[in-house]
Write a protein that binds this ligand. Structure first.
Ligand SMILES: C[S@@+](CC[C@H](N)C(=O)[O-])C[C@H]1O[C@@H](n2cnc3c(N)ncnc32)[C@H](O)[C@@H]1O
Length: 469
């Protein structure tokens, strides 16, 4: 039996993957503590694990005995937080709490998950600090950069997974593999593989395999938006597959002025703005990389029509163009689009994020619609038995924040399969543990108390009647 704790628990993606790997290898596992501050994530967690993890980990000092820590902690720079003590000072960051609890409880192992940028953050110093700190506590560590798309999940999501074992050498067979840079490259590579690679080991799933067949009408794009899209691409909406809606220069994209989101634009107005976004980064207009604001004189070098003044005035009036100090820039922002990216059903999804998973689209049966919350859960490898809240927006946010379940399962399975002696130690028989006491402002309701191993009948009696610890 492995006793684990689940910090920054979110909706429990790491926990699901961990439990599944243990189950697959006939190892018992028991979550003895979980922590999460987002109320909706807690509700989701409670719905699925029977346990409300609501607690701020920065305020938690007492934990029950545990063997393994799971923690998908948010990434923060140490250089600012610890500026008075130098960049090695982790105080004021959430990693500090991971470090604090590892130091205090010295569990036999841990799995940490974070964004890919953790390795490059603050010129690599953040990651260096983390690695040094974990080693100084006594952990040997292995880390891998893995792309969810290589684990049967149709999403381009690269994350770092850090495994640590206390005072013990161990190996992982999985190799870091960040996968294809984008869904287009993925499609090319995947097609070539299926043509020539008959003994393919990795089964790549694509978006069309996770789509629901029947979806509520509320996910359909509005008639107005659909007509705006048809005005640009024609009646065949499948031309939207893989298209991004964005007001900056981008390969396969449609802009708000082409759709007429803020008011219809003439052909000349569209040409003006398309030329402006294509040319404004050029070195002749200045050395900095970002889109530069240009004067009409500068714009005249690529938009050569006589109506330039009228066109620019009209675009300013409609809100597509800004004019400060006689310098012009498109007014950008993708928030105005009902859908900001239509996924290609024959490829993988872009990375889900907390802020815009609710505006991912798909064309299915000739109709343009947004992805459903269930489809987003599938894009993170959550099984359909995982119950979703009725609050769609909360689920979109949760799935954007979540960890891909099958990747965790693969990492833990790798650890189990290649390090038998360590796992034997981890899963050794346990004495029953005592539940931690919690203050009133830390209302933690563990899973159905009867599922715990109790020290004695009295304890069982008191916890069952109190329900919450
Ligand atoms: C990347 S998500 C974790 C995802 C999750 N581990 C999973 O498996 O799906 C990070 C989570 O940390 C939570 N969080 C942030 N600060 C926290 C704190 N002080 N105490 C507990 N949880 C916190 C956030 O609300 C967020 O849900």
């Amino acid at each position: 039996m492995i006793r684990f704790i689940d910090l920054f628990a979110g909706t429990g993606g790491i926990r699901l993957g961990f439990q599944e790997a243990c189950k697959k290898h006939s190892i018992g596992s028991e979550c003895v503590y979980s922590s999460e501050i987002d109320k909706n994530a807690c509700a989701s967690y409670e719905l699925n694990f029977g346990e409300n993890p609501f607690s701020d980990i920065t305020k938690v000092n007492e934990l029950p005995d545990f063997d393994f820590m799971l923690a998908g902690f948010p990434c923060q720079s140490f250089s600012y937080a610890g500026k008075r003590k130098g960049f090695g000072d982790t105080r004021g960051t959430l990693f500090f709490d991971v470090e604090r609890l590892l130091k205090k409880y010295k569990p036999k192992g841990f799995l940490l998950e974070n964004v890919r940028g953790l390795t490059t953050h603050d010129k690599g110093r953040t990651f260096e600090t983390i690695v040094n700190s974990l080693k100084s506590i006594g952990y040997n560590i292995e880390y891998r950069l893995l792309n969810s798309s290589n684990f049967g999940v149709p999403q381009n999501r690269v994350r770092i997974y850090i495994v640590g074992i206390l005072n013990g050498n161990f190996t992982l067979n999985l190799n870091s593999d960040v996968g294809a840079v984008d869904s287009h490259k993925f499609k090319e590579r995947n097609m070539q593989k299926s043509l020539f690679d008959f003994g393919e080991v990795v089964k790549h799933k694509i978006v069309k395999e996770i789509l629901e067949t029947e979806t509520d009408i509320k996910y359909q794009c509005s008639e107005k938006f659909t007509n705006q899209l048809k005005n640009v691409i024609g009646n065949d909406l499948t031309k939207l597959n893989g298209v991004r809606l964005i007001d900056t220069r981008n390969g396969n994209s449609i802009h708000s002025w082409e759709l007429g989101i803020k008011g219809e634009c003439s052909t000349d107005e569209i040409e003006f703005l398309n030329l402006l976004i294509a040319n404004r980064r050029k070195k002749i207009f200045g050395t900095h990389q970002d889109g530069k604001a240009l004067t009409l004189e500068q714009i005249k070098t690529f938009y050569k029509k006589d109506n330039i003044l009228d066109v620019s005035k009209s675009l300013i009036k409609k809100g597509y163009l800004s004019n400060y100090d006689n310098k012009h820039n498109p007014v950008c922002g993708n928030m105005s689009f009902e859908v900001f990216k239509f996924l290609d059903p024959e490829s993988i999804s872009i990375t889900l994020t907390a802020s815009d998973t609710n505006r991912l689209g798909i064309v299915q049966n000739g109709k343009a619609r947004r992805l459903t919350p269930r489809e987003c859960a599938r894009l993170q490898g959550f099984p359909d038995s995982y119950q979703l809240l009725e609050n769609d927006n909360a689920v979109y946010k949760q799935m954007g924040n979540a960890v891909s379940v099958p990747v965790i399962e693969a990492v833990i399975s790798d650890l189990i399969e290649n390090n038998k002696n360590i796992i034997d130690k981890l899963a050794s028989p346990k004495k029953p543990y005592t539940l931690p006491s919690r203050s009133k402002n830390q209302p933690h309701k563990p899973k159905l108390v009867t599922e715990y191993v109790f020290a004695n009948a009295d304890e069982k009696e008191s916890t069952t009647t109190q329900q919450c610890i």
